[in-house]
Design a protein around this ligand. Structure first.
Ligand code: UGA
Length: 464
């Protein structure tokens, strides 16, 4: 099929390369000329595992442009995958969605086109997009695009850091539309994924026991709400374990064991029960805020979602309290953060809990030093906080009073902790993701403090 994808962020690029990989002819549209030029040279605008390899692999089927007139007229399916950042009141800013819909309407071709919303937008946006496309079409051509246009919602559930894996091997594909033809076109487009009939790329093998993928068709509003429902539920699952972790700290339980015991119940499931510094990123904070804003619009409070946010943002203070309890004061102390990205396998710093923690520490008079395996170049450009950056384990540890693991990058497990200990002023590790081997660290002389787990080791002498 001929497919156009407007927007080249995580969702847009993952969609474009996956559909190109499946043999479709795909054009990506983005307003950013530099980004488009780089993508046409095979260079991704951010770090995402396998994206560069995939861009090379699908090159014959994929091109990028800034011009709607080159990308829209021939397309059978046009995905809108642009950003919907939070407005100050928490509702998503739909400026880019509006621009995309207008660009599409202006250049709509002669054939039947399905316009698919993949951006996360409030319920009702499908109708809004359709109205905008129609209006732009009328203004450009003076008539209705009758019979040539259908709008669908196709929410995206991919995770950053695993975007391509999740695009090719999703848990489900959800399509909301009022027009049967739109559903049929999308079913055909997604068939190789639904049937898992494609040969996997060598670097992204199909998961074992992967079967056919459920295709769920709904009305527009339900599809839009599914997206918010899924993200808010995952966010509150994490907040729930964090709430329980606070209690575990008091009663002397180990939240990792508690999470395992809870998660083995199939009705609950083991994932997204990792206690720690809490959730961040471009999705959970924004989407829970948007859900609350949507509720407000209808005079409805959503107390569970509200509480999930409150618990989440409180986790950063909890970590500060733990540091204060160990070091007594943070003034003039150097705290090293291991990890700046909002989660491992990405260089995305948006709403990163690590940065929120850094901000609190700086306000308390600490010097904050940060290491990240991939996000440092981006941090140097984007972060306004006065952080020191450490490129190596040695730079990270030298003279620091505490090390806080903020992002669970696998390499931190294999750092030479025994050798590095001697570089610290005080051998204190606060594990904000309960990720390191606390027993092993305590055995080599560290004081190890986690979230909702018993602390280990003794901090012999703290110079205030
Ligand atoms: C999330 C959803 O998982 C995707 O399904 C969805 O498509 C995406 O948002 C989106 O709306 O675009 P993402 O933000 O990439 O994906 O990251 P997650 O893997 O969900 O992690 C979110 C945050 O929760 C991270 O800060 C992570 O460290 C934290 N987390 C995750 C925990 O604190 N504990 C856990 O057990 C799991």
């Amino acid at each position: 099929m001929r497919v156009t994808v407007v927007g080249s962020g995580y969702v847009g690029l993952a969609t474009a390369v996956s559909l190109a990989y499946l043999g479709n002819r795909v054009v990506g549209v983005d307003v950013d000329g530099d980004k488009v030029a780089a993508l046409n040279r095979g260079k991704p605008p951010f770090f995402e595992p396998h994206l560069e390899e995939m861009l090379t692999l699908v090159r014959p089927n994929l091109s990028f442009t800034t011009r709607y007139e080159e990308a829209i007229p021939q397309a059978q399916v046009v995905f809108i995958a642009v950003g919907t950042p939070s407005s100050p009141d928490g509702s998503p800013d739909l400026t880019q969605v509006k621009q995309a819909a207008e660009g599409i309407g202006r250049y709509l071709g002669e054939g039947f086109t399905v316009v698919v919303n993949k951006s996360t937008v409030p319920v009702g946006s499908g109708n809004y997009v359709e109205a905008l496309v129609r209006r732009a079409f009328r203004e450009a051509h003076g008539g209705e695009p009758d019979g040539r246009l259908a709008v669908a919602s196709n929410p995206e559930f991919l995770r950053e850091g695993q975007a391509l894996h999740d695009s090719l091997y999703p848990d489900r594909v959800v399509v909301g539309a009022e027009d049967r033809r739109a559903i049929e076109v999308l079913r055909e487009l997604y068939e190789p994924i639904l049937e898992q009939s494609f040969a996997p790329p060598p670097f992204l093998p199909r998961p074992e026991r992967m079967g056919a993928v459920p295709f769920l068709t709904t009305d527009l509003a339900s599809a839009e709400l599914i997206k918010y429902g899924a993200n808010a539920f995952l966010a509150l699952k994490i907040s729930f374990i964090n709430e329980l972790a606070r209690l575990a700290d008091r009663v002397g339980a180990d939240i990792r064991e508690v999470a395992r015991g809870i998660g083995l119940d199939h009705r609950i499931g083991p994932r997204f029960l990792q206690a720690g510094l809490g959730w961040g990123g471009s999705c959970f904070p924004k989407d829970t805020a948007a859900l609350l804003a949507m509720g407000r619009e209808y005079g409805l409070s959503l107390p569970i979602t509200e509480a999930a946010r409150e618990v989440n943002f409180g986790q950063r203070n909890l970590l500060v309290d733990k540091l204060l309890a160990e070091l007594r004061t943070l003034k003039g102390k150097t705290v090293t953060l291991l990890g700046l990205a909002f989660k491992p396998h990405t260089d995305d710093l948006r709403e990163s809990p690590a940065l929120a923690l850094a901000d609190l520490l700086l306000k308390l008079g600490a010097f904050v030093r940060a290491h990240d395996p991939v996000a440092l170049p981006r941090a140097r450009q984007e972060v306004v906080l006065p952080l020191e950056y450490a490129e190596t384990p040695e730079e990270a540890f030298k003279g620091a009073d505490a090390v806080v693991l903020a992002t669970d990058w696998p390499e931190y497990r294999t750092w030479p902790w025994e050798r590095l200990r001697g570089l610290l002023r005080t051998p204190l590790v606060v594990d904000g993701r309960n990720f390191l081997d606390g027993k092993a660290l305590a055995a080599i002389g560290y004081r190890y403090v986690g979230v909702g787990i018993p602390a280990l080791g003794i901090l012999s002498k703290v110079e205030v």
